[in-house]
Design a protein around this ligand. Structure first.
Ligand SMILES: [Zn+2]
Ligand SMILES: [Zn+2]
Length: 181
């Protein structure tokens, strides 16, 4: 397959090479840089895929400007998730500005509010919900789902005292003990 030549072919290729996820992100399926950005070629030059998407699907990138993601997904090339900010090596800063500009979601996918104490920002600028993280950790530790969900806002390190699942666990082991000869 020869490399796409015209802008229209390049636009078609950007669409073909991405998969839309449930957040509307167009996830680049081609080669990625070590930092997680999509990469491709355009007119014999290497381009970050999101910059090429912006340039071909939205318009020229102003001189010296960065193309930033409002969704924080580095390999997303959906032009609607991209905006230009002043040149900055600081990806976090870029992501934060995007959040302000687009007044992003106020709650996680599971309905927990992104308050200051319920949010941590990873090195790639993506927001994480602490409540969801606690639920995942507790499920891994063997908590029943309803208890883990109910305790989502309670900081880690606190265990429910006399929770029914503890009694259940105790009675199961007692029954097993009785049945053993
Ligand atoms: Zn996106
Ligand atoms: Zn959550």
């Amino acid at each position: 397959m020869s490399a796409p030549q015209t802008d229209d072919e390049c636009r078609a290729r950007l669409v073909q090479m991405s998969v839309v996820d449930e957040n509307g992100c167009w996830l680049w399926q081609g080669w990625k840089t070590p930092l997680g950005y999509g990469a491709t070629y355009y007119k014999r030059k290497r381009w970050p895929a999101h910059r090429l998407s912006f340039a071909l699907l939205k318009g020229p990138i102003p001189e010296g400007m960065d193309v930033c993601h409002s969704c924080d997904v580095r390999h997303c090339i959906n032009p609607d998730h991209l905006w230009t900010g002043t040149a900055s090596d600081n990806i976090l800063d870029c992501a934060r500005k995007g959040r302000h500009r687009n007044s992003r979601k106020t709650h996680c996918d599971h309905g927990h509010e992104y308050t200051e104490e319920n949010t941590w920002i990873a090195a790639n600028g993506k927001r994480h919900c602490r409540a969801c993280q606690r639920i995942r950790q507790r499920l891994r530790a063997g908590w029943p789902e309803d208890v883990a969900q109910a305790m989502a806002t309670v900081p880690s390190g606190i265990r429910p005292v006399n929770a029914h699942w503890r009694r259940r666990a105790t009675s199961t082991s007692a029954a097993a003990h009785v049945q053993n000869p």
